[in-house]
Write a protein that binds this ligand. Structure first.
Ligand code: ATP
Length: 137
């Protein structure tokens, strides 16, 4: 598929990095198919990250992701999922390659500036969580 889903997380929004991050994303060849400025409730964050429900950081993650506004977007590019994960870098910014979005803008493994879908299947599920199909087809 040519679609991935991203969120600019509350830490990056609070730091004033929406513009710089979107610029880097579009400079890398991704087209924005749908986008909105929004905020997740605790229940919505729980649901979005349900796959991580058993992990020790789940509570912290849900708390953080609902702590302030985010930007949610559907992105299109050939090989979108893999190329976007390359662009954002390792989950832990300390291990992210120089020039990646997380290396530049993330503070920690938890507050790591951006989300990127990890599979084509999840990209569609996540896009549909925030948007209706008619927003991005
Ligand atoms: P994402 O799904 O957000 O793109 P990822 O695939 O790089 O991130 P996952 O292992 O799926 O990383 O974890 C999902 C999110 O949970 C991370 O982006 C991060 O915000 C949070 N997280 C992961 N590991 C930790 C941890 N050890 N402590 C706190 N938060 C964590």
């Amino acid at each position: 598929s040519n679609i991935t889903f991203t969120m600019i997380k509350p830490d990056a929004v609070r730091a004033g990095n929406i513009g710089a991050i979107l610029q880097q994303i579009t400079d890398a060849g991704f087209a924005i198919k749908a986008m909105k400025f929004t905020q997740l409730s605790m229940d919505e964050a729980k649901k979005f990250y349900e796959v991580h429900a058993g992990r020790p950081f789940y509570g912290e993650l849900v708390e953080f992701m609902s702590s302030g506004p985010i930007v949610a977007a559907v992105l299109e590019k050939e090989n979108a999922v893999a190329d976007f994960r390359e662009l954002i870098g390792n989950t832990n910014p300390a291990d992210a390659k120089i020039g990646t979005i997380r290396q530049k803008y993330a503070n920690s493994v938890g507050e790591n500036a951006v989300h990127g879908s990890d599979s084509d299947e999840n990209a569609l599920i996540e896009a549909n969580f925030h948007f209706s199909g008619r927003d991005f087809f």
